[in-house]
Design a protein around this ligand. Structure first.
Ligand SMILES: NC(=O)c1ccc[n+]([C@@H]2O[C@H](COP(=O)([O-])OP(=O)(O)OC[C@H]3O[C@@H](n4cnc5c(N)ncnc54)[C@H](OP(=O)(O)O)[C@@H]3O)[C@@H](O)[C@H]2O)c1
Length: 309
């Protein structure tokens, strides 16, 4: 079995190649740019160049080193019939639960305001807010969204979830489909986006959506930058319709030095780190899937191309 690995950009390739060799000692493993054409049976990738699929035409499947496959599916060179397998939870959902809980707690407890006041020499303890005033709506109840929703429910926030199909998650009110979106939004004050980026969800965080939140709403986006219409958010913050936002993902990454988000004090920003891929766990998971695939067994995470995730 032959495997090419491609993780262009910020990552060094050698540790990934070594990790795959360690997890699949029976395989021949190479960085894609060192492999002969049409050599590999499988590709393990994160944000690869389309040229990989023109060069490696004998692939039986491609394994994505992340949960989101939007960038991969957007490659024109990706063969239509090639199975694309996304990463299941490989230590990402617990990180996302931490990240979202801290952002929700920061909003609900007014911690940003306390920080500003303390630094201005103001000692002003306010009445503790009621959790019932901060219902949290989680868009997407998959591996990540469901874990986030359960973590929030454990802090006794009212939690609502929205997905394509109905879900049963303990402590979470389930809404689904386009028909359930309006009621879900109107019952939520803090909106968390943990959706995959698909043709149906691109631009879903727009004025029409955000205006439906309860007064003085908040947004937390850990999905993809293209879920959000950035200018709509800036306007709604100026108008006071939205009171604050925590954003981990952006239309253009890295964020430009002159981006208006950098000057908006009500937005908290992080550089796409809310859930970082763990090399050991992700390679181990993919190795198990490749073994099952080779044996002709069913595997989790095969992307349905038509729905986009
Ligand atoms: N910022 C980061 O560092 C980071 C890290 C990892 C992942 N992510 C993002 O998180 C996303 C979700 O990951 P995951 O592992 O939780 O994916 P997942 O298990 O596939 O779950 C996706 C969820 O979204 C729902 N959904 C999809 N399309 C929908 C639509 N049109 N309307 C309503 N609900 C819809 C699905 O509904 P059904 O269950 O009914 O199908 C499912 O509940 C990834 O695609 C990626 O974009 C970001």
């Amino acid at each position: 079995m032959r495997i090419v690995v491609s993780v262009p950009g910020a990552f060094r390739i050698e540790p990934w190649v070594d990790a795959v060799k360690g997890a699949l000692p029976e395989a021949e493993v190479s960085a894609w740019d060192k492999a002969p054409a049409n050599w590999a049976d499988y590709a393990i990738v994160w944000a690869p160049e389309g040229a990989l699929f023109e060069d490696q035409r004998a692939l039986k499947a491609v394994f994505n080193l992340g949960a989101g496959v939007d960038a991969l599916l957007a490659l024109a060179a990706l063969p239509p019939g090639l199975p694309v397998v996304r990463l299941g939870d490989a230590g990402m959902s617990v990180q996302m639960a931490e990240y979202v809980c801290q952002a929700v707690i920061r909003f609900a407890r007014g911690l940003g305001e306390y920080e500003r006041e303390m630094k201005a020499g103001i000692w002003s303890a306010k009445r503790a807010p009621a959790r019932s005033d901060f219902p949290v709506g989680v868009m997407g109840l998959g591996a990540i969204g469901a874990r986030v929703a359960r973590a929030l429910a454990a802090f006794d926030y009212p939690v609502l979830g929205w997905s394509r199909s109905p879900k049963t998650v303990a402590g979470v009110a389930s809404y689904c489909g386009p028909a359930g979106l309006d009621a879900f939004l109107r019952a939520s004050r803090i909106l968390v986006c943990a959706l995959p980026l698909t043709p149906d969800t691109r631009g879903i965080l727009c004025r029409a959506t955000l205006e439906k939140l309860r007064p003085e709403g908040y947004l937390i986006n850990v999905g993809r930058g293209a879920h959000l219409i950035e200018d709509d958010l800036l306007e709604l913050l100026d108008e006071g319709v939205i009171k604050g936002a925590t954003l981990d993902v952006f239309t253009e990454e890295p964020l430009r030095g002159d981006h208006p988000f950098l000057r908006q004090p009500s937005i908290t920003l992080t550089p796409h780190i809310s859930a970082v891929t763990n090399r050991h766990l992700s390679v181990e998971q993919i190795a198990q899937k490749i073994k099952r695939f080779e044996a002709g067994a069913a595997i989790d995470g095969v992307v349905e191309r038509t729905r986009g995730y």
